[in-house]
Design a protein around this ligand. Structure first.
Ligand code: PMP
Length: 426
């Protein structure tokens, strides 16, 4: 028995399912989850000392690779002063200034501890600001696990086949209207009926929790127009895309200005951080300035701020995102070529440093329906084949993949050589 297998057995005694977040349990692909003990650059090392080229990157934050020296040093330096005070610190101002500089649609920003907190708070703020209850989201988009947003959700909820969770009161879920991603006519129709009751639209500007699906031309623009017409708040959930698809996030990449933005992952440099921000007029509704309550004992924690700010500074160097994007493209184009050579029906998507892999005969995947119609069983075999070869992909057909600055051309070439062997056996 491997150490991971032994640890997984032991973990199940006192941890539900042996994991602290469901998709880690390998339910979508079968088998035993790996237990990792060390990360370095593009690599993860499991408890059995096997090395993997990692394309999960802790689900997004590790844009510099694992154990990035500047981030680790910043955490060490902050640690000398204590782990937190529950009171204002100077670094929080630096962080807020930096985020607002990188994403000019944010005039004010509040720090929280996770993406879930960011989206939950942004929704409450949009409701408080507009005085409306209904919210619009899209099927297969995941915005964390707060009650209003856990309706037809993506990510682990989709992987486990439970996009609606028991425990969410029907009386709350009825305020969540779920529409089709990339289908602006569907949104127009809904707004024609109830637009004046809609507090906000929340959208992943590049969907990354039902695999990776970029927005079709006109979709995000259409959402912006409808929100302007009906006085609804447009929320871009950039927890995944922020600082990753471009330095200024998807809003910079596609040139659309949301009213509110939610952030997570990269902004914490690998420590638990989320944030939400946007128009001053809306953000001033948050306590203590305004009546909408939101708070956090650990929010703005100095270790987390040090890690996040250092990471944001490091990725602000000119050319960083162009290089990241070129690597992701090398990988996805290479995988398509290898699949084609073995006649495996397969396509990919890629925006900046994030990508998707689809086992399908469709040339392009643009909808939730197409994403869920892909061959998940074949993905599972591909996943395990790659794992044996020492390549760690997300253990679900419904997650995006990530490259980091630490992935070298040799790493990508080694990944393609591994994929060549695996595709030949599929
Ligand atoms: N929004 C998006 C777009 C996400 O991808 C995620 C997590 N993958 C979340 C929100 C929730 O973030 P967290 O897991 O930090 O609560």
């Amino acid at each position: 028995m491997s150490r991971s297998e032994a640890l997984f057995q032991a973990a199940q005694q006192h941890i539900p399912g042996g994991v602290n977040s469901p998709v880690r349990a390998f339910k979508g692909v079968g088998g035993t989850p790996l237990f990792f003990k060390h990360g370095e650059g593009a690599y993860l090392f499991d408890e059995d000392d096997k090395r993997y080229i990692d394309y999960v990157g802790s689900w997004g934050p590790m844009i510099l690779g694992h154990n990035a020296p500047e981030v680790i040093d910043a955490i060490r330096a902050a640690l000398d002063h204590g782990t937190g005070f529950g009171a204002p610190t100077a670094i929080e101002i630096e962080m807020a200034d930096k985020v607002c500089e990188l994403m000019p649609s944010l005039e004010m920003v509040r720090m929280v501890n996770s993406g879930t907190e960011a989206t939950m708070s942004a929704i409450r703020l949009a409701r408080g600001y507009t005085g409306r209850d209904k919210i619009v989201k899209f099927e297969g988009c995941y915005h964390g696990h707060s009650d209003s947003l856990l309706v037809k959700a993506g990510s682990g909820a989709l992987t486990l086949g439970e996009p609606n969770s028991p425990g969410v009161p029907a009386s709350l879920a009825e305020h969540t209207i779920t529409l089709n991603f990339n289908d602006i006519d569907n949104v127009r129709q809904a707004f024609a009926e109830v637009g004046d009751q809609v507090a906000c639209i929340i959208v992943e500007p590049v969907a990354g929790n039902m695999n990776c699906i970029p927005p079709q031309p006109g979709f995000l623009e259409g959402l912006r127009e409808l929100c302007d017409e009906y006085g609804s708040v447009l929320i871009f959930d950039e927890v995944m895309t922020g600082f990753r698809v471009a330095l200024g996030g998807a809003q910079a990449h596609y040139g659309i200005k949301p009213d509110l933005t939610t952030l997570g992952k990269v902004i914490g440099g690998g420590l638990p951080v989320g944030a939400f921000g946007g128009k001053r007029e809306i953000m001033e509704y948050i306590a203590p300035l305004g009546p909408v309550y939101q708070a956090g004992t650990l929010s703005g924690n100095p270790l987390a701020m040090a890690a996040g700010l250092t990471m944001l500074n490091a990725i602000s160097t000119p050319g960083f995102h162009e290089q990241l994007s070129a690597k992701a493209e090398l990988l996805t184009q290479g995988l398509e070529a290898v699949a084609l050579s073995h006649r495996v029906p397969f396509t990919t998507s890629q925006v900046g440093g994030m990508f998707g892999l689809f086992f399908t005969d469709q040339p392009q995947v643009t909808s939730f329906g197409q994403a869920t119609a892909c061959d998940a069983e074949r993905f599972g075999r591909f996943f395990h084949g790659m794992l044996e070869e020492g390549v760690y992909l997300a253990p679900s057909a419904f997650e995006a993949g990530f490259v980091s600055a630490a992935h070298s051309q040799q790493d990508i070439e080694a990944t393609l050589a591994a994929a060549d062997r695996v595709f030949s056996r599929l």
